[in-house]
Structure formats: C-alpha cells, structure tokens
Ligand binder design. Structure first.
Ligand code: OAD
Length: 255
C-alpha cells in the first residue's frame, strides 16, 4: 500500500505507526534533503548562487580535481563554510530521538556535512566521507594541519602532494566496510527509512530495495517522487523536518 500525505495534515496510517512502535531494528538512509532545511544546498535540486552552473558530477571526481584542483578545492571550501554556519534541524533531531527508542538503530548517510553527529546521533555510517576532514591526494592519508601559505589547494606537509577533502568522489571506493555494514543493517531491519535522497547514486540507492526484498517496512520521506516512491511501503510526500518529528511523536507519545 502506498499512502501519500500532505504535510499540513500529518496523520499517519495506523500500520506505519504500529510498525514503528513494534520495531526492534530500524535502519535509516539519509541524503542531502535532510540537511536542506538547515540551509545546506542539495545536489540535484535547482542550484542558486556561485556554483549554480556546475554539475556536482563535474566537480566531485578525481579527474575534475586533476584538471582544476583550485576550482574543486574552492567548491568544497564554499560548502565547508556553509556547513560551519548552519545547525541541525528537527529532522536530524527526530532521528536522535528514534535512536533512543529502539534496541538496534543504524543511521547510514550519504551526507558529508556532519550534521547528524552534531545533532547527537551516536552511530553514523558515513558512506561518502566527511567534508570537515582533509587528506592527501597522493598518499590517501588523513592530514590534520598544513602550512597556510596561501597556496590553493594547500600542500601535504609530508609529501608535498595536493590536499583534498576526505570525501568519496564519483568512481572512487567507499570507505572500507561501510557499505557492507549498511547493507547488513538494511537486510536485518524491521523498518527502513529513506529520507531526503534522490535515490540515484549507487550503491547507496540499492539499500532501500535490499530492505524491501528482505521484508522490511520501507518508508520514504521526500517532497518529490523518486524511483523508490512506487515501491515503498509508505511514501510520505513532504519535508523531513516536518514528517520525522511527527512520526516519532505518533509512535512514541510522551507519557
Ligand atoms: P540530491 O541532491 O540528489 O537529492 C536530494 C533529495 O532531497 C531530492 O530527492 C529532494 O526532493 C529531497 N529533498 C529536498 N528537500 C527536502 C526536505 N526538506 N526533506 C526531505 N527531502 C528533501 O542528494 P542525494 O540523493 O543525497 O555524492 O545525492 C546523493 C549523492 O550524490 C551525494 O552524496 C553526492 C551527490 O553527488 C557524492 O558527492 C559522491
């Protein structure tokens, strides 16, 4: 069954509320949409401002970095500064609350902004890295500090190679073990949430389908339709910052 709800009338099907209330294991996949209400731009919604004319696929690759390291570094520096000035929103906070309520909770994110951790989520599997960390392009090893001599991108203090953000670019491997852990959680959970992701970048996009195949209740939260919408057990059409807190409240009303 597929229930479409408008955010104005946040009333959920009984089946969804009881699935949540009885769940022993919940897994959640988040994407850029959950941070949109904090003011972090998503990748595929219409872009505005400085970087409006660039496709992420043309900036987030090792080839793009080799071709124009300064531009790619500056794009990430712009995103990093954005992330520094924003705060977690009610969608992030609802997931912290959910983690407190179930025995086994796995939060898998494609986001690199660290907002789940800042909200208070304790176990976060970051599939695409974290924008606040830096590593050496040559050595692929973390770098904590570097000489601030104005060079862009800065240079590795060990080998002199260029520094880059510690994120996963298109064509690169995910952090070791992260996807296997995410897939195991998707296949073992009772309820799987797919929140704020266009569900087009693999392997993350395969997770809700793995959960469906394993028999989980799959709940999508997104204002727009995705390739998951028709197959999800419940497709909640609206914002994460509205639907997630309302769902937590419906499933676990305060005593
Ligand atoms: P996208 O920008 O592709 O998709 C964002 C999704 O969030 C869209 O489906 C929107 O409809 C939805 N959305 C917008 N506002 C929302 C809100 N308030 N609440 C809920 N949903 C909302 O971002 P991702 O799917 O996360 O990878 O993109 C996946 C990956 O592609 C990213 O991790 C990044 C990107 O290129 C790399 O850089 C490797």
């Amino acid at each position: 069954m597929n229930a479409s709800l408008s955010p104005a009338a946040v009333e959920f099907p009984d089946r969804l509320v009881s699935a949540l209330r009885n769940a022993r294991r919940i897994a959640v996949l988040t994407g850029a949409g959950i941070s949109a209400e904090s003011g972090v731009p998503t990748f595929r919604d219409a872009q505005t401002g400085l970087w409006a004319n660039f496709k992420p696929e043309d900036l987030a690759t090792p080839e793009a970095f080799r071709r124009n390291p300064k531009m790619v570094w500056e794009w990430y520096e712009w995103r990093r500064q954005r992330v520094r000035t924003v705060s977690p929103n009610p969608g992030h906070l609802a997931l912290v609350e959910m983690e407190r309520r179930v025995p086994a909770f796995t939060l898998v994110t494609q986001n690199v902004d660290g907002l789940h951790q800042r909200a208070g989520s304790r176990h976060v599997l970051e599939l695409h890295g974290n924008i606040t960390r830096t590593k050496c392009f040559e050595e692929d090893a973390a770098v904590e500090s570097w000489p601030e001599d104005g060079e862009v991108p800065p240079r590795c203090p060990r080998c002199g190679g260029m520094l880059r953000p510690d994120v996963v670019w298109f064509g690169e491997m995910l952090p070791e073990g992260a996807y296997a852990a995410a897939e195991a959680a998707a296949e073992a959970c009772d309820v799987f949430f797919c929140v704020g992701t266009a569900t087009v970048v693999y392997p993350a996009a395969a997770l809700p389908f793995a959960a469906l195949r394993a028999g989980a209740t799959v709940v999508e939260v997104n204002p727009s339709e995705t390739q998951l919408s028709d197959q999800a057990t419940h497709s909640l059409r609206g914002r994460a910052g509205e639907h997630l807190p309302a769902l937590v409240k419906a499933a676990w009303p305060e005593p």
